[in-house]
Design a protein around this ligand. Structure first.
Ligand code: NDP
Length: 480
């Protein structure tokens, strides 16, 4: 079985622990990779390599760093099918989706920041006739980057590209469930002749490798994407050490369908925003609120569409719903069905594992599920399920929709469907979410700030947010 080794100081190395974790192909429920189960010593080696190269890397002209980033993007593009197949086999999403969404955005991440770092400007102010105030920026040092399993390489490279682009060196800890494409990226980095130590990859578990990275005294900034509980634990370690911290955490995103919406478009996009990637996108809308007048029609059309979604082998073009990422996650999603039954919610479709044949029989599949009759206080409306499960709830007024939408601890994103511009704007202004989509979903412009409010995190990514985070500003005042 293929072994995924750490990538430290430009070479692949066995973990010092000597231990490996089994990683499973979720479509078949079979082990398919052995992943380095690293510990604090491996992390320390990686940090040491990153520290050593930092002054040299930070000292390069932005144009030189930019050329590396463009080269990396080109090399990934050449292997995009291989990357998509590996991502699908590790994570469960259909290969077509891995290629169209994940790998396309991986390439875009590198190209975007390769270009953005060439266009950054800093401010200078004429404070008075004799005095000038100006701002300089420098990279911070060794960045610790920790990423989740749902959009594995896409989210990891959204950290790596700006971090190294702005002159930091990095130590990454990808999710133990999805390590393969991160390892393939390291092969690309070798081919691109990126100086050794600029990007180091330490594989393994959160408690084993991730926490060691957060605790390391020579890692002054941590960029983390993952669950809210993990984010809280990381903040507790990092805050007393005064580390720079960016936390992209969970969501429980509302989709609000107003009665003047374009009904058919709202249905089509809401099917995607609910079930794409098996609902395992932090930005998926899992609470759907529909205005009373169109509620019955929406429920019936939406359910009809969802029942037709093809569940099956992620390698097939016609598959829309693949397996969930792991057995543990499947069991977690399934446990919410007990909550639904105990609370007397109605399961309009799904609610159980599908009956699949052959090799897929042992895969971690779960049917797309629609629940109605769920109280606002229920865990089903309040907690992130992070799977193919949505609730449908009617509302009467815009005010009520806002109250329900904002009535959770999360604030990552929201979607509003309406043909009234004033209504759209009023809603968007009052929704407690870092991103609000109107009549669309998942469209991203990397120039715009991205991040969550409330329990969905702190800090902003995007062109300025990432620059702010991965550099340290200094104000200089000069009087002549
Ligand atoms: P986790 O929080 O479980 O894990 C995220 C990463 O942190 C993994 O690499 C994990 O390692 C690691 N980790 C776990 N425990 C620790 C620790 N104590 N110290 C340091 N690192 C640790 O999240 P999931 O992987 O389950 O991802 C799903 C979550 O991510 C959802 O809540 C989702 O909403 C959120 N997310 C948020 C996004 C956003 O932009 N706001 C985008 C995408 C996802 P290991 O895998 O080995 O456990």
């Amino acid at each position: 079985m293929k072994k995924i080794l750490n990538f430290i100081d430009g070479v692949f190395v066995e973990p010092k622990t000597g231990n490996f974790l089994q990683s499973f192909n979720p479509a078949y429920g079979e082990p398919h990779l052995l992943v380095a189960d690293s510990g604090a010593e491996d992390v320390a080696d990686a940090v040491h390599a990153a520290q050593r190269v930092f002054p040299e890397w930070a000292g390069l002209e932005p144009g030189e760093r930019s050329r590396y980033l463009f080269r990396i993007a080109d090399l990934i593009e050449k292997r995009r099918e291989q990357f998509a197949e590996a991502e699908s086999a590790d994570q469960g999403k259909p290969v077509w989706l891995a290629e169209a969404m994940d790998i396309s955005r991986v390439i875009h991440n590198f190209r975007f920041f390769a270009s953005a770092i060439l266009h950054s400007t800093d401010e200078a102010m004429q404070t008075n006739q004799n005095c000038l105030t100006y701002v300089t920026r420098r990279p911070v040092g060794v960045a610790g980057l920790i990423s989740p399993w749902n959009l594995p390489l896409y989210l990891l490279t959204w950290k790596i590209a700006p971090a190294i682009g702005f002159g930091n060196s990095v130590v990454c800890k990808p999710s133990e469930f999805t390590s393969h494409t991160a390892e393939m990226l390291c092969e690309v980095l070798q081919e691109a002749q990126l100086p050794a130590g600029v990007v180091n990859m330490v594989f393994g578990t959160g408690p084993g490798a991730g926490e060691a990275l957060v605790r390391h005294p020579d890692v002054p900034l941590i960029s983390f994407t993952g669950g809210t509980a993990t984010g809280r634990a990381i903040a507790q370690i990092a805050a007393p050490m005064f580390k720079k911290l960016s936390l992209e955490l969970g969501g429980k995103n509302p989709a609000i369908i107003l009665d003047d919406a374009d009904f058919d478009r709202a249905i089509e996009t809401t099917v995607n925003s609910s079930f794409l990637n098996q609902g395992e996108i932090c930005l998926c809308g899992s609470r759907i609120y529909v205005q009373r007048g169109i509620y019955e029609a929406f429920v019936s059309k939406f359910t009809e569409r969802v029942r037709k979604l093809q569940i099956g082998d992620p390698r097939k073009r016609e598959t829309f719903v693949g397996p969930l990422v792991s057995r543990q996650h499947l069991e977690k999603v399934e446990s919410f069905m007990d909550v639904a039954r105990n609370e007397g919610a109605e399961i309009l479709c799904g609610g159980e594992r599908p009956n699949l044949e052959g090799k897929l029989k042992n895969g971690y599949f779960f049917q797309p599920t629609i629940l109605t009759g769920v109280k606002h206080e229920s865990r089903l409306q309040q907690e992130e399920i992070f799977g193919p499960v949505v609730t449908l709830t009617p509302f009467v007024s815009d005010e009520e929709a806002l109250r329900l939408a904002n009535g959770v601890s999360y604030g990552l994103s929201a979607t509003v469907w309406t043909n009234s511009l004033p209504r759209a704007h009023r809603m968007a202004e009052r929704l407690e979410a870092g991103t609000v989509w109107i009549n669309t979903w998942l469209k991203r412009d990397l120039r715009a700030p991205f991040g969550g409010m409330k329990a969905s995190g702190i800090g902003r990514e995007g062109q300025e947010g990432s620059r702010e985070f991965f550099t340290e500003a200094k104000t200089i005042v000069i009087e002549v």
